[in-house]
Ligand binder design. Structure first.
Ligand code: GDP
Ligand code: GDP
Length: 437
C-alpha cells in the first residue's frame, strides 16, 4: 500500500521537466511558498509494471559562483525532498557533459546514503552513447542514457528506479488504519494529534536545527489501532517562522500516498485557499478516504445556522469531494474530537466495502429504467453489466457496447445511484467504462 517517493534532482535545463512529463500518468502542481519565491512544484504518479511511485520535482539545484548565493530556501527544499525520498533520480546532460555543479551535487547525494539512479539525458541517438561513460566518474554507479524528448531508454530507467525500492513488506496492516493529518501550517495538526493521544509528544531535533517527530503516533481507540501521521513535522514553538513551516507540502503528499484516510484540517477563521483545494484534490485523485475537520470552532461566534453556512461554503469550493463528511470542533478544547475515531473507522470501512455483482446488477437495471443511457449520433448505448474490481477506493467496471457512447454525466449519475444505495461516505469511488463486443 505504501507508495515510494522518488525525488528528481539536477541542474536547470538538463531536461527534468521534460522527463517528468514523459513519465507522468497523473500530475498535480501545487504552489509552494519558499521564502523569497513562489513556485509550482510538480508531483506525479508513475506506474511501471506492477510498481507505482510518486515522482517529485525538487525545484532544481543551482549553484551560483558563490556556493552560498543560491537561495537557501530552494536549497532546503531540495534537501528536504532528498531527505524524504526513497530513491533519488539524478539527471545530467550529455550535451553539456559533466560540469563542476554535477560533481558537487553528486557529492551531496553520495553522502545521503540513499539509492541514486544516475540518468544521462539528451542521448538522442546511438552515436551519442559514448557521452554516457564520462559520468561514471561521478561515483554513482552505472549511468542510464535516455532521451526525454524522444522517450528513449525509459524502460531501463524505470527498471533501475524501481529496483532501488525498499522491499514490499506484507505486514498484516489490515487492522491498522493509517491516518494522515493534513492542512496548512498552524491550523492545529499537532494540537489535534496531541489531544487525540492524550499526551504531548516529545520533540526530536535534526541537523537542520529544526525539530520533527521521530515516529508516527499509534493511537488506540475503542479497541482499534490508528497510526496518526503528522505532516507538519514538529518544531519548537519559538521557531514557528522558520522555513520548516513551509515544508508541509512534501510531507503531505508522502503521507497522503501512504494513508488509508486523510483528515484535512481547516481553520474556522480562514477560508479555503487554492492550495487547500489542490491538496484535497490530490487526496481525492489518490483514491484515499477523506474527512474535513474544521478546527478552532471555539473561536467562532456562533448562531443557530453557523455550521450549516460554513459547510455550504466549504462544499461550494470542493464540488468533487461532496462525499467527505465535515466535522466542526476544537483540537484545543477537545470539543467533538472524540468523534473522529468513529469517523475514521467508518470511512475506512466504506472504502473497503465490496458489493456483490448480483446486487450491483439489480441496481444497474433499476438505474437504466429511471434514466436510460442516451443515444449518441443515432447510436444507442447498451450497458451489459457492472462488477466491482477493487477496494480502497471501491472501483467498478461497467461493460458497454461502446465506451464512447457513455458520457461523463452518465457516469456521474451511476456514481450517485451507487452512493444512494451503499453510501460510500468519505471515500471516492471509481467507475471504469469498458467496451465489450
Ligand atoms: P529542466 O530545467 O531540467 O526542467 O529542463 P527542461 O525539461 O525544461 O529542458 C531544458 C531543455 O532541454 C528544453 O529545451 C528541452 O526541450 C531540452 N531537452 C529535454 N530533454 C531533451 C532530450 O532528450 N534531448 C534533447 N536534445 N533536448 C532535450
Ligand atoms: P500545526 O502547524 O497545524 O501543527 O498547528 P499547531 O497544532 O501547532 O497549532 C497552531 C496554533 O493554533 C497553536 O497556537 C495552537 O494552540 C492553536 N490551536 C490549535 N487548535 C486550536 C483550537 O481548536 N482552538 C484554538 N483557539 N486554537 C487552536
Amino acid at each position: 500500500m505504501s507508495k515510494p517517493l522518488v525525488a528528481i534532482v539536477g541542474r536547470p535545463n538538463v531536461g527534468k521537466s521534460t522527463l517528468i512529463n514523459g513519465l507522468a500518468q497523473r500530475r498535480v502542481s501545487i504552489v509552494e511558498d519558499i521564502p523569497g519565491v513562489t513556485r509550482d512544484r510538480i508531483y506525479c504518479d508513475v506506474k511501471w509494471l506492477d510498481r507505482e511511485f510518486t515522482l517529485i520535482d525538487t525545484g532544481g539545484i543551482e549553484f551560483k559562483d558563490e556556493r552560498d548565493q543560491i537561495s537557501s530556501g530552494i536549497r532546503q527544499q531540495a534537501e528536504l525532498a532528498i531527505d524524504e525520498a526513497d530513491v533519488i533520480l539524478f539527471v545530467v546532460d550529455a550535451r553539456t557533459g559533466m560540469t563542476a555543479d554535477d560533481e558537487t551535487i553528486a557529492g551531496l547525494l553520495r553522502r545521503t546514503g540513499k539509492p541514486v539512479v544516475l540518468c544521462v539525458n539528451k542521448v538522442d541517438s546511438e552515436n551519442q552513447e559514448m557521452d554516457v561513460y564520462e559520468f561514471y566518474s561521478l561515483g554513482l554507479g552505472d549511468p542510464v542514457g535516455i532521451s526525454a524528448v524522444n522517450r528513449l531508454g525509459f524502460g531501463e530507467l524505470l527498471d533501475r528506479i524501481t529496483e532501488g525500492f525498499p522491499a514490499r513488506t506484507e505486514e498484516s496492516s489490515e487492522d491498522i488504519i493509517r491516518t494522515a493529518i493534513v492542512g496548512r501550517p498552524n491550523v492545529g495538526k499537532s494540537t489535534l494529534i496531541n489531544s487525540l493521544l492524550g499526551y504531548q509528544r516529545s520533540l526530536v531535533a535534526d541537523e537542520m536545527g529544526t525539530t520533527r517527530d521521530a515516529v508516527d503516533s499509534v493511537w488506540k481507540f475503542k479497541g482499534k489501532t490508528f497510526v496518526l501521521v503528522d505532516t507538519a513535522g514538529m518544531r519548537k514553538k519559538s521557531k514557528i517562522d522558520e522555513p520548516v513551516e513551509k515544508y508541509s507540502v512534501i510531507r503531505s503528499i508522502r503521507a497522503i500516498d501512504n494513508c488509508d484516510v486523510a483528515i484535512f484540517i481547516l481553520d474556522a477563521e480562514d477560508m479555503l485557499t487554492e492550495q487547500d483545494k489542490k491538496i484535497i484534490g490530490y487526496i481525492h485523485e489518490a483514491g484515499k478516504g477523506l474527512i474535513l475537520f474544521v478546527n478552532k470552532w471555539d473561536t467562532i461566534e456562533k448562531g443557530n445556522t453557523t455550521n450549516v453556512e460554513f459547510e455550504k461554503e466549504i462544499r461550494k469550493g470542493l464540488p468533487f469531494a461532496s462525499y467527505a463528511p465535515v466535522l466542526f470542533g476544537s483540537a484545543l478544547t477537545k470539543q467533538r474530537i472524540h468523534r473522529l475515531g468513529d469517523m475514521i473507522y467508518a470511512v475506512a470501512e466504506q472504502a473497503s466495502l465490496r458489493v456483490p455483482t448480483a446486487v450491483l446488477n439489480d441496481l444497474l437495471e433499476d438505474a437504466k429504467m429511471v434514466n436510460p443511457p442516451p443515444a449518441h449520433s443515432g447510436r444507442v448505448a447498451k450497458i451489459y453489466y457492472m462488477t466491482q474490481v477493487g477496494i480502497r477506493p471501491p472501483t467498478f467496471v461497467m461493460f458497454v457496447n461502446d465506451a464512447n457512447l457513455i458520457h461523463f454525466s452518465y457516469v456521474r449519475f451511476m456514481e450517485n445511484r451507487l452512493r444512494e444505495a451503499f453510501s460510500f461516505e468519505g471515500t471516492p469511488i471509481r467507475i471504469v467504462i469498458r467496451s465489450k463486443k
